[in-house]
Design a binder for this molecule. Sequence first.
Ligand SMILES: [Zn+2]
Length: 384
Amino acid sequence: MAVETAPECANLKALRLHGRKNNQLDDVAPQKCGHDEVRLQIAFCGICGTDIHEYLGGPIFAPQPGMKNKVTGIELPVTLGHEFSGTVIELGQSVKSLKYGQRVIVNPALDERHLGMKPCSPCKTGCYNICKRSVTYGLSAEGGGFCEQSVVKATSCIPLPDSVSLKVGALSEPLAVAWHCIRVSGFKQGQTALILGAGPIGLAILCLLKVWGVAKTIISEVTEARIDQAKKFGADAVVNPLEPLTGDREDEVTDPVVAACRDLTGGDGVDVSFDATGMQSTLDAAIAAAKPRGIIFNVAIHERPLLLNLNLLAQQEKSIKAGISYTNEDFHAVLKVLAEGKIPAEQLITSVVPLSDVLQGGFMELINNKAQHVKILIQPDPDV
Ligand SMILES: [Zn+2]
């Protein structure tokens, strides 16, 4: 069988993490394409909050200086980027599931199926997103998306529907995070929800909750630009928790977010609180705003442990759940939503920056003007 191969190519540009506060745009040799892998011409790759954490406070998921990742063996520097779309430009000999020129997105999470190892106990039950050996392209496995090309397992690629552009397709990873959270939270059509934080994940949850048929959404957010975004994406109420309540209330609630949740739900509070911020104050509000037997779902990454008064849960049989990753099922669901145009996906993209400007126009822009942005996409080759 004839195998399409890419022409021998010169070194590629790649954004690599060398260590804390040390990202460099390097010239790297192209990766080799294994028999079960494909080479992608990267179209777009989103910058994730995780990438910023790796740069400012890391390495976290990337290998520590002088250490190798135990599963993949990779060490610093690591090519970053795990939210990417691209076109297949080379196929490994045993790849039958994809075609040359096919447009795909990548589920960057790898488990034993990709690694050729025996499945761990979560994987045996299909919970690949909590694999004990989970590693991720662009963090702990070689093949990040902030590069002109990436070599990934063919089984990591999910074909893009014809009606979804490569640009919008690059949003599918953060959308899959949000979809998974909604799915495993226990949320049901017709219920109410509070979302704490209107960053990329908070807004993704807002957009996708509407697809799930949410009755009412309340957003807690402190920055003006993100308050505007939350309103634009259709939250029923957007509350700044730093603006004090005026007047006395019969229920003696003093937190404006909790007050809004009670007022919009007939007094009981919301069915599900999604904490996409991860501060003590947001956890406290998430618990207080949930109705009796309600659910608090954490999707935030925490820099330090928080205090939790379990009495507040026990007295009203509230429960806390948490999650951060996804399975292919979530990607397929999100791609269907995008293909049917059910969410204003293009509006989630606030900037598209060439790879040559990834440091200033991408990372530093997100660090210095975070609230102005939802998602910044890096486009390695604007001519492709
Ligand atoms: Zn596993």
